[in-house]
Design a protein around this ligand. Sequence first.
Ligand SMILES: [Zn+2]
Length: 200
Amino acid sequence: MPLTALGSSSASGPPGPRRDTRPGPVPPAATTAATLLLNATYEPLCVVSSRRAIVLVLAHKAEPVDVSDVFCHAELVALPVPVVVRLTRYVRVPYPAQVPLSRRAVFTRDGSTCVYCGAPATSIDHVWPRSRGGTHSWDNVVAACRRCNHTKADRSLAELGWTLPHPPVAPSGSAWRLLGHRAVDPRWRSWLGLAESVPA
Ligand SMILES: [Zn+2]
């Protein structure tokens, strides 16, 4: 089964004619939540709407792994809204060589704290200033607080006498691919290989 078969643009209900005006099998309340979708191997794949996850479960394309205490009343059954679902068949997914660089992903990598002083991070700093040719790349961006970012301005670390606790590097792995784009439900953490204390 190709991954595109799981997209939200395809049919959102079970097969068969539906010509009446009753609500569909998945009530709108379930559409506002998000569900972590795992491959058959339990590898995190992507985040889908809970409505989409319920449709996958009803079609036996996925099985619930973790559920919320909110129930969704489908036509003949009442299903707990899934928090995490796992595909019943393995799908092969080509991953990009590198995690997309985003503010949220950098904050996640750096624990949402300033790499220079440990205060809560509020901005992204380019270690080698962009005005001096520094690149917007994983090995040149760090999370920083406003004060350090302002103090540092267009100077290099050597000019300031500052040091980094460790060189910034690009994160790797499929779980990181998810974190750059969306807030993380705390109940997904164990599936994403994240410690409970790591802010997302
Ligand atoms: Zn700072």
